[in-house]
Design a protein around this ligand. Sequence first.
Ligand code: ATP
Ligand code: MG
Length: 364
Amino acid sequence: MELSTKAIYQTLQKITYPGEEKDIVATGMVQQIKIDGNKVSFTLTFKTDLDPHIATIQKQCIDFLEQEFHGIDVRNNITIRVLKKERPVTGLDKVKNIVGVASGKGGVGKSTIAVNLAVGLSKLGYKVGLLDADIYGPSLVHMMGLDGVVPGIRQENGKDVLIPVEKYGLKLMSIGFFVQPEQPLVWRGPMATSALKQIMLDPDWGVLDYLIIDMPPGTGDIHLTLVQSAPITGVLIVSTPQQVALADVVKGINMFRSQSINVPIIGLVENMAWFTPTELPNNRYYIFGRDKLQKIANDYQIPVVGQIPIVESIAADSDNGTPPAIKSDIVGQQFMELASNTHQLVEKRNKEFPPTKIVAINNT
Ligand SMILES: Nc1ncnc2c1ncn2[C@@H]1O[C@H](COP(=O)(O)OP(=O)(O)OP(=O)(O)O)[C@@H](O)[C@H]1O
Ligand SMILES: [Mg+2]
């Protein structure tokens, strides 16, 4: 076909906007076609900048035109115009970094690491929130000594806004505030994901440097909901040195690096890295072996951000609702080191990579 405004319109008429019956020419999206030799430019107008089809339609235009007109120069000449710039308003809008604490396997100390990392960052002077996303097994309420506390709610523009509970300098939210501890949570998937969205997006988190998320163990639906609802800056993956846990670290790495999740892994945390008796705080017994997590870290080029020993006081303090990181003993210092390394790696990540985008929901 000869290159002409009419021929371009005809080619673009083959493209329809998803869900509409009319093609993109008939809906008036294509405007201002200009032809200058082989160079063709035009504008594509979308109603909002949140339109999920912008990139696809733009690509279709390029593909169709390049196929139809040999040697056409259009690839970089399509101007995208949006009628309205929109921003989803959620409680997370003023949160700078969202860091997930995950693990391939349950019971490796994810919640312990999440709580004490949050306390550590707060002690370093950052504004920190902590979200318990372990919908099926929330443990944050008990670990923060908040059993029986119920968060406040205020009305804003006809909407309920949850007020996070504050303790040890942190803003906290958990499904555990709304259920009885002994009540088993038997939820169908959609109920759990909708509860998670509510406790994540509805609270007024205010201005935060960090929101730390205690993720449920394993690799599942809740993880997908998280990345589809919030722009996660990155995750830490927690493991113990045991072989069974290490095998699941690789599963976790592969999940976060998979195309459907695609969230940067900030680092690995080795919990229960060695045993230290309370009365001999400088002794280290490597009861599960050593250096095996470091090998995975080397293989996958992910730094180990912290090593936390097994110490009786960590379990006891957590159970009493006083996070061990608030103390300044050796254990407290180890958590501070974890927090400060994490902060440095997050800064590095933010310099090297663009902000994470919320993963688009793909229903196909
Ligand atoms: N470094 C440690 N030293 C001693 N006890 C620890 C340590 N880390 C965790 N624990 C204890 O081990 C138990 C499990 O830890 P935690 O609840 O943090 O694991 P989790 O990975 O969040 O588990 P789940 O998968 O059930 O959510 C708790 O009783 C906790 O106090
Ligand atoms: Mg947990």
